[in-house]
Design a protein around this ligand. Structure first.
Ligand code: CA
Length: 233
């Protein structure tokens, strides 16, 4: 399982039986799987292997999953690392806490393997990490999902991960107006703690990145409705 086109999942779980079951299931579903039994091992693996997504158990010996998630969100290199928290049934309060510290999704044990795989894929898609070799080109602007690159007439446009996802969504859904709520659903997923204003912040950053190439006018504000990506300026 060293094929670079397979998304890499890090499983952080202290219970051997569950860890092995997850490893086996995910490997069979086509993921490259890394396993850690505590956060110390996880920290080391993240630094060395840069996983695409982390499945993080809530109850771990030493540093808990929740504290570890908080730590990952604080660090520059892991700030955008997609995290799915695993918890036991009946810990509803922990769900909110999990989202509050920045987990992207949450799954309750026991779960079906199909559900888990679907959640991981959905999260990878939302994070712009799903590695379909897709190239979207509009008006000289090209976005390459495999290489995570954006070019305008051969020049590289530097974008943060969120701006990249936003632009990808716009380019694959041009000429339609989306409200802030719709953009949050489509680009950020079900992270309940994100405010509408966040959309404006990232739209501003996206325009700023496109401005040197005179492409910022393609990202249009539709008064009272939201935003639209249009070929016409
Ligand atoms: Ca555990």
């Amino acid at each position: 399982m060293t094929d670079k086109s397979n998304p890499r999942v890090l499983v952080v779980e202290d219970e051997l039986a569950i860890r092995e079951m997850l490893g086996f299931t995910l490997a069979r579903a086509g993921f490259e799987v890394l396993e850690a039994e505590d956060t110390r091992e996880a920290t080391d693996l993240i630094a060395r292997t840069r996983p695409d997504v982390v499945l993080l158990d809530w109850m771990l010996p030493g540093i808990s999953g929740i504290d570890f998630a908080r730590r990952l969100r604080r660090e520059e290199v892991t700030r955008e690392l997609p995290i799915i928290m695993l918890t036991a049934r009946g810990e509803e309060a922990s769900k909110l806490k999990g989202f509050a510290v920045g987990a992207d999704d949450y799954i309750t044990k026991p779960f079906s393997t199909q559900e888990l795989i679907a959640r991981i894929k959905a999260l990878l898609r939302r994070s712009g990490i799903e590695r379909e070799d897709e190239m979207v080109v509009i008006e000289g602007l090209s976005l390459d999902t495999a290489g995570h690159r954006v070019n305008i007439k051969g020049k590289t446009v530097k974008l943060g991960p969120t701006e990249f996802r936003l632009l990808h969504f716009f380019m694959t859904h041009p000429e339609r107006v989306y409200s802030r709520d719709q953009l949050l659903d489509q680009v950020w997923g079900n992270q309940v703690y994100i405010e509408d204003r966040t959309v404006d912040v990232h739209i501003r950053r996206l325009r700023k990145a496109l401005a040197p190439f005179d492409y910022d006018q393609h990202v249009q504000t539709v008064r009272g409705s939201g935003y639209r990506f249009s070929k016409q300026v």
